[in-house]
Design a protein around this ligand. Structure first.
Ligand code: TYD
Length: 202
């Protein structure tokens, strides 16, 4: 059996990562078993947590928000990601630990060491084989998100820039695992860059 892989897709809202994830899944399915997943809210309990995180209409305290994302992650890793990777599947996950570092850490200003510690607790230490950050500027992001925004997407320009810079900082700190792509390019061009990162792992 081939070795399973865990690849995570990260970036600020409107970066186009979900489009790229679906393209990669179609491509890989020609030769491998692929599982698409996401955080928050893959299925079951996760879907209920997602509903609260994205649609709760009163204020959620930043630490509470972090714990909800982490609770979702702990369940997701244990119930979905680990078993699939052990079966030799390629798991493509839309957002994971780096979203909490970028959004709750860099974005909302929570302590980064604490977030790293809690992320590790939630995942039991399982790390992605590859994390791709799709980097875009705010103008491109806003054009892609359009007018239907969720709770996180209405947090403003400064928040967006803190999140974006947070991702670039994460990539600097973990250059082996985390790769940054210029996601302002065309869909085809970004996909071709993405394949160059993934092919060596297959
Ligand atoms: P989602 O609708 O999945 O958006 P996207 O297509 O941008 O991934 O919304 C997820 C939102 O939750 C997104 O704004 C990022 C945010 N988020 C965090 O703030 N922290 C986290 O740990 C995760 C996983 C997501």
């Amino acid at each position: 059996m081939k070795k399973g892989l865990f690849i995570t897709f990260e970036g600020a809202d409107g970066c186009g990562k979900t489009t790229q994830l679906n393209l990669l899944a179609d491509y890989l399915r020609q030769s491998r078993e692929v599982l698409i997943s996401r955080e928050p809210g893959a299925k079951g309990l996760g879907e209920k947590l997602r509903e609260i995180l994205l649609n709760y209409d009163e204020e959620i305290a930043p630490r509470c928000e972090s714990f909800l994302f982490l609770a979702d992650r702990a369940q997701h890793i244990e119930q979905i990601v680990k078993p699939a990777v052990l079966e030799g599947k390629i798991v493509l996950c839309d957002r994971h630990t780096d979203s909490t570092v970028a959004y709750q850490g860099y974005g909302r200003g929570l302590n980064l060491n604490e977030i790293n510690y809690l992320n590790n607790l939630a995942t039991g230490g399982l790390k992605p084989d590859l994390t791709v950050v799709f980097d875009v500027d705010i103008e491109t992001s806003m054009a892609r998100v359009g007018s239907e925004k969720d709770r996180m997407e209405t947090s403003g320009t400064e928040f967006f820039n803190r999140v974006r810079n947070g991702y670039l900082e994460i990539a600097k700190q973990e250059p082996e695992r985390v790769k940054v792509l210029n996601a302002a390019k065309s869909i085809d061009a970004v996909f071709s860059d993405l394949l160059k990162l993934v092919t060596p792992l297959l």
